[in-house]
Design a protein around this ligand. Structure first.
Ligand SMILES: [Zn+2]
Length: 253
């Protein structure tokens, strides 16, 4: 039965991942999420339901548009697969619990932030606001008013710490070291993880981000790399490992 549910969460993840692709692509470009319907960017052919099946359509069509044979980027298929895998993994780790809902929401936010920030260097406010509200509702159900207020305080502390880091960075590098989106994102991460673990996720994100950044710099030939995606990855690792800060200190010492 567990396997069946894991498959269910994988499929759910790929379907939502497909939607997150649309959101992550269109929101920072100020386009509507619902209109126009998904189409081939080359020939404008509107995709039929059969061409919209996550992962499978891409594989069956050999990664090409059915109409004009233009190559489709594998970028979106990868994110469908990653979302599906993370959803299934979360179910296996947390079972049917309120924590599972929280983790699934966090994965969803991370995927959208990743796609959006990687492509456009923008983390849309709408995304952060939507998930902040969702997290607050979940936290309220999990621990009532006091723990929700405590989470808000944590978010505020994380936001302030990141703001301070940015100010120091701006001063040291004599240029904008970090976008406003990263600071707001850090606030949301602090809300979910607590301020101590949000600082740990900065370190984790930086460690993972360094080698990947070098790759991105070569691939995209720019000199700016978004930090938001790595911040999300760092936080997601902590969330999936389900460590609290004291537990983490115990492991280190
Ligand atoms: Zn086409």
């Amino acid at each position: 039965m567990t396997t069946l549910f894991a498959i269910y969460f994988f499929v759910l993840g790929t379907l939502l991942g497909s939607f997150f692709n649309v959101v992550g692509y269109r929101l920072p470009r100020n386009q509507s999420i619902v209109k126009p319907r998904s189409h081939c960017p080359n020939c404008n052919h509107v995709l039929t339901p059969l061409e919209l099946i996550p992962i499978l359509s891409f594989l069956i069509q050999g990664g090409r548009c059915k109409n004009c044979n233009q190559k489709i980027s594998w970028f979106y298929t990868i994110f469908e697969f990653i979302t599906g895998s993370l959803f299934a993994l979360s179910f296996l780790l947390f079972g049917f619990s309120i924590q599972l809902v929280l983790v699934l929401l966090f994965i969803s936010m991370s995927v959208i932030v990743f796609i959006s920030d990687y492509q456009t260097m923008i983390i849309p406010d709408q995304v952060l606001i939507f998930f902040t509200i969702a997290f607050l509702v979940i936290l309220f159900f999990k621990g009532g008013v006091s723990s929700t207020l405590f989470a808000v305080l944590n978010g505020f502390i994380s936001f302030s710490i990141m703001f301070l880091i940015k100010k120091i960075g701006d001063f040291l590098f004599k240029r904008e070291s970090m976008g406003g989106g990263d600071i707001k994102l850090m606030g949301v991460i602090g809300l979910v993880l607590g301020y101590q673990l949000s600082i740990v996720s900065i370190f984790l994100g930086s460690i993972i981000g360094l080698p990947v950044s070098i790759m991105i710099l070569k691939l995209k030939r720019t000199n700016i790399v978004p930090f938001g995606p790595f911040l999300c990855i760092g936080a997601l690792i902590l969330l999936l490992l389900n460590v609290d800060f004291n537990g983490l200190l115990a492991i280190i010492y």
